[in-house]
Design a protein around this ligand. Structure first.
Ligand SMILES: *[C@@H]1O[C@H](CO)[C@@H](O)[C@H](O)[C@H]1NC(C)=O
Ligand SMILES: *[C@@H]1O[C@H](CO)[C@@H](O)[C@H](O)[C@H]1NC(C)=O
Ligand SMILES: *[C@@H]1O[C@H](CO)[C@@H](O)[C@H](O)[C@H]1NC(C)=O
Ligand SMILES: *[C@@H]1O[C@H](CO)[C@@H](O)[C@H](O)[C@H]1NC(C)=O
Ligand SMILES: *[C@@H]1O[C@H](CO)[C@@H](O)[C@H](O)[C@H]1NC(C)=O
Ligand SMILES: *[C@@H]1O[C@H](CO)[C@@H](O)[C@H](O)[C@H]1NC(C)=O
Ligand SMILES: *[C@@H]1O[C@H](CO)[C@@H](O)[C@H](O)[C@H]1NC(C)=O
Ligand SMILES: *[C@@H]1O[C@H](CO)[C@@H](O)[C@H](O)[C@H]1NC(C)=O
Ligand SMILES: *[C@@H]1O[C@H](CO)[C@@H](O)[C@H](O)[C@H]1NC(C)=O
Ligand SMILES: *[C@@H]1O[C@H](CO)[C@@H](O)[C@H](O)[C@H]1NC(C)=O
Length: 850
């Protein structure tokens, strides 16, 4: 398995010690890893409930307030340094728009617009954690925050924390799309397709099923979801994330975290932060201004914190020349203080070890910047390859460099997350697979956690397909006499995707991208197979050519067929960015060869992200285009259902498709200082601001039916909550929200403030789903892009049916980040609301009554 890691390594700058490490690792690989079964005996806790000290319900608190008076047996706990941001305890009070005292196992339903209040559950969890560490020695505290499996590969998970007394330790495992390096699991659709559904129910269900599978395998912390922003269209990991808009990404992160944690596992929001390309990802600095950081890149993390996320993974890149995992401003400042994050921040090294190249910058002092745990840890005996926590952290505490209270806070956060998810329950499964030795029979129990989770894979597969072009009712197909399937992507290759290390390879149907984000075991229903099953019903003649290069033959075969379907793809993986925005095997040539001979050519793309389609999109013989993304195992079935109208497409683009690569605001940069000079104007915001016409705009997608919008009304949500009246009127008066502990996630800022209602009618002939989108236009003084997404919904309508759709707006949604006062502020002037079917197809306009 270490070989898999070395395949990444080849893609990043090498250092001599790393080579040494890899050679060592490979030679050790054949050694059977020690069999270590963590104990899962019940932990009996004795603790005294304490009255919470502060009330964070209504807004910011001073970060110097200690939430819990300590009963720790270790002295010196009193002096909390400012770099130890302590979680707060919060009592529950009934506030309109707030879901009362929420336990992560029982979040509000998707339909419920109330904001969950996790503060009481966090408070209880922290008290239990504090009681547990009360008699821990310094070494034991450090054990809780340091991984164990350096070269020895001790432990069965990608990351492992050792057991202490009755406490069983922790299993951390990849990844954002399902349990990696295990069998009998589901390979869930990547984030990009999940976002493309714009359907909260599907996003939540995927999260729930994923959480259930991780728990079933005994994982404590699932290393996902991934929520970086698609700033750069070629970025290699874009498919793992939720697209190019911070609101969409934030809501997808929110629903995913709520779902995963309801399933029982700790979700880990990653990668914090500004990790927007793979090129030089460990050596380049993302230079992002404070406002852009707050409004764009941090938004999905803010929503994750509001969903009660238990863990956050810091990223490999630097921010303003300081490593993200050592960045006090982003970790202590934004995440822990401003967002009030109460879980732990962890760092997982790609090569499972400290890299000496980073030694100078990645250091034990990361702990004082807010880092709570390192993985994998362990001491190797090789100079420069020892963990920077472990014994080194003990020394730093003993010589007074790092306060003991910080290490207590670190351990308390790690353990509180475990209690928060009820992982202390005796029924929480023990680890029953071995990511470090998937072939080892002694440590892999082959527990099947799949259930019928393929259903959500198929549901998301269908709902994520975007219909981009449909001329003369080319689609759906109606009993065609004959069809041709052209392109390697239509069928299976000679070897399947699992044969590629980490799925990094492109041969035949592309169902998923590659890298540590991808589960090891998937199957892939190919379009060729699914279409043939359907063709048998219709008595359609099916021919196929899976060769991307025999253009003459493909053209000949296309002559006279009722429909010629061309399947093309574009792949990417962790560790490297795409080198172009065109297709694998330059299959544009195949498209053109087929279209030259057939006036009903339909193109289907499997793509990890944007493609430039301008060399073929306007070809008069190309009558249909389906954008299928990478939706994992069921993609052939999903495409077939949409092609034949068994499912009416409702997917929307989660990014812009430009006419020319140079139209995008940012490209992969080879600079070591990457200026985010486009600021707030990423993706569609840039095209709007610069008046560039895209080929297909963000939010675009067609249907086999039509929808009409009418009757927009906007009214303030009646507020009877006097406790927060001051904060609200302060904001309404145009003053910035106060800053302090939890100030950016304060409930008053995120409760429904305005209610936008309108009608949507299906005016076409078939049932279908519509995705109404709400964009805000801020007054010019705000300095915002022309339109910003601030709401979406999904509505399924029978022909002729009308439904009223309601979207709530929060005060946060109507604010900008004020750098000077470090708070959220309502811009002066009129704020317009536009509702429609894409970021450029507005149907209704109104004004916020502020
Ligand atoms: C702490 O308490 C646990 C449980 O009572 C016990 O097993 C352990 O030995 C104690 N540790 C120390 C360092 O006293
Ligand atoms: C990076 O520098 C910019 C410009 O000085 C500043 O606005 C921003 O807050 C800094 N971010 C971090 C994390 O240091
Ligand atoms: C680190 O961040 C915290 C929280 O914002 C702040 O109080 C502290 O002063 C910062 N420390 C340093 C060294 O900048
Ligand atoms: C504390 O110990 C660490 C680790 O041995 C060492 O690097 C550091 O220089 C020491 N600091 C002081 C002030 O002694
Ligand atoms: C674009 O990249 C793909 C994947 O690496 C490659 O197959 C294709 O040949 C490239 N096209 C061009 C024009 O460079
Ligand atoms: C479109 O297809 C027809 C065959 O159906 C072919 O004769 C014609 O040349 C094609 N048009 C173009 C622009 O290639
Ligand atoms: C497409 O070509 C077929 C013959 O292959 C012809 O019958 C049909 O009219 C053409 N359609 C259009 C829209 O040109
Ligand atoms: C894209 O734009 C660049 C710069 O304006 C231009 O040189 C290039 O020809 C364009 N490419 C295409 C395919 O139109
Ligand atoms: C708020 O209260 C007014 C007066 O009682 C009522 O007319 C209005 O419909 C209410 N608004 C909402 C959004 O409930
Ligand atoms: C969103 O997904 C849910 C659950 O599968 C489904 O009931 C609903 O109809 C979907 N919405 C649309 C517009 O298709």
């Amino acid at each position: 398995m270490l070989l898999l890691y070395t395949s990444f390594q080849a893609l990043s700058p090498l250092s001599a010690p790393l080579l040494v490490f890899c050679l060592l690792a490979q030679s050790l690989w054949h050694r059977a890893p020690p069999h270590k079964v963590p104990l899962r005996s019940p932990v009996v806790l004795v603790f005294r409930l304490r009255a919470p000290v502060v009330n964070s319900q209504t807004g910011p608190q001073s970060s110097t307030v200690t939430a819990f008076s300590s009963s720790a047996s270790i002295s010196s706990v009193a002096s909390l340094s400012s770099t130890s941001i302590q979680p707060t305890a919060t009592p529950q009070s009934p506030i309109p728009g707030v879901f009362p005292a929420t336990d992560p196992s029982n979040p509000p339903s998707v339909q419920d617009t109330e904001v969950p209040d996790f503060a009481p559950a966090w408070s209880t969890a922290h008290q239990k954690a504090q009681a547990q560490i009360a008699n821990y020695t310094l070494e034991e505290l450090v054990t809780v925050v340091t991984g164990i499996d350096a070269l020895d590969l001790v432990g069965r998970c990608v990351g492992n924390i050792a057991d202490i007394n009755d406490w069983p330790g922790l299993c951390l495992n990849d990844g954002p799309l399902g349990v990696r390096l295990a069998d009998y699991i589901t390979a869930f659709p990547p984030g990009i397709n999940t976002a493309s559904t714009f359907n909260r129910s599907l996003i939540r269900t995927r999260g729930l099923f994923m959480g259930t599978e991780f728990k079933g395998k005994g994982v404590n912390v699932a290393l996902g979801p991934m929520m970086n922003m698609l700033r750069v269209p070629e970025a290699g990991r874009n498919f793992e994330g939720f697209g190019a808009d911070p609101f969409l990404s934030g809501e997808a992160a929110y629903e995913t975290v709520l779902g995963m944690q309801a399933g029982g596992v700790q979700a880990c929001a990653k990668h914090f932060i500004d990790n927007e390309q793979e090129t030089n990802r460990m050596t380049s600095s993302s230079d992002v201004d404070d406002r852009t950081q707050h409004e764009i890149y941090a938004q999905p993390f803010l929503r994750s914190v509001m969903a009660g996320v238990s863990a956050v993974m810091c990223s490999y890149n630097l921010i303003n020349d300081t490593h993200a995992c050592q960045n006090n401003l982003s970790m202590n400042g934004i995440l822990k203080e401003e967002f009030g994050f109460q879980g732990h921040i962890l760092y997982i090294n790609l090569l499972r070890l400290k890299n000496t190249d980073w030694g100078a910058t990645h250091s034990t002092l990361s702990a004082t910047a807010g880092l709570d745990m390192t993985m994998p840890g362990g001491d190797t005996g090789v100079a420069g390859l020892n963990t920077f926590f472990g014994d080194t952290l003990v020394e730093f505490v003993n010589n007074g460099t790092i306060p003991l209270s910080r290490v207590q806070d670190m351990a308390q956060r790690v353990l509180a997350s475990w209690y928060f998810l009820h992982q202390d329950s005796p029924s929480y499964p023990a680890v029953n697979f071995n990511a470090n030795a998937p072939g080892d029979e002694a440590t892999n129990e082959h527990i099947n956690v799949e259930d019928d989770h393929f259903t959500v894979v198929l549901d998301i597969g269908r709902a994520s397909i975007v219909l981009l072009k449909n001329v003369g009712n080319a689609l759906p197909l109606v009993k065609p006499r004959s069809i041709l399937l052209a392109g390697s992507d239509a069928g299976l290759a000679l070897i399947g995707p699992n044969e590629f290390p980490n799925a990094v390879g492109d041969d035949g149907i592309l169902a998923i991208g590659g890298g540590s984000g991808c589960p090891f075991t998937i199957f892939a229903f190919q379009p060729l197979e699914a279409i043939q099953i359907r063709a048998r019903k219709d008595r359609t003649t099916v021919s196929w050519i899976l060769d991307d290069f025999n253009l003459a033959r493909a053209g000949n075969m296309a002559i006279g067929t009722s429909a010629a379907l061309v399947f093309v793809n574009a792949d990417s993986a962790e560790g490297s960015d795409r080198t172009n925005l065109t297709t694998h095997d330059d299959a544009e040539q195949l498209i053109l060869a087929v279209a030259a001979q057939n006036n009903n050519t339909i193109v289907v793309t499997h793509s990890v992200g944007p493609l430039i389609v301008d060399s073929w999109i306007e070809h008069p013989n190309i009558t249909g285009v389906l954008w299928a993304g990478v939706s994992s195992s069921e993609t052939g079935n999903a495409i077939t259902d949409v092609l034949y109208g068994a499912f009416n497409p409702s997917g929307r683009l989660p990014y812009t498709i430009a006419k020319n690569i140079t139209d995008y605001p940012a490209q992969v940069s080879t600079l070591l200082e990457i200026p985010y000079s486009e600021g707030l104007d990423i993706d569609y915001r840039w095209f709007d601001a610069k008046n560039i016409t895209p080929r297909y705009e963000f939010g675009f997608g067609m249907s086999y039916t039509m929808f009409a919008y009418s009757d927009l009304s906007i009214e303030a949500v009646n507020d009877t909550d006097n406790a927060q009246a001051d904060l609200i009127s302060n904001w309404e008066a145009g003053n910035a929200s106060p800053s302090g502990l939890g100030s950016s996630t304060a409930l008053w800022l995120h409760r429904p403030a305005f209610q936008v209602s309108f009608n949507v009618q299906n005016t076409g002939g078939v049932a279908g789903g519509e995705i109404p989108q709400l964009y805000i236009q801020m007054p010019p003084s705000a300095g915002e892009p022309p339109s910003i997404l601030r709401g979406f919904s999904d509505v399924f309508l029978e022909p002729g049916e009308t439904q009223t759709v309601t979207i709530f707006l929060t005060r946060h949604a109507l604010s900008i980040w004020d750098v000077v006062s470090q708070g959220w502020i309502k811009p002066q002037g009129t704020m317009t609301v536009q509702v429609g079917a894409s970021s450029r197809d507005f149907r209704l306009t109104g004004v916020i009554p502020l």
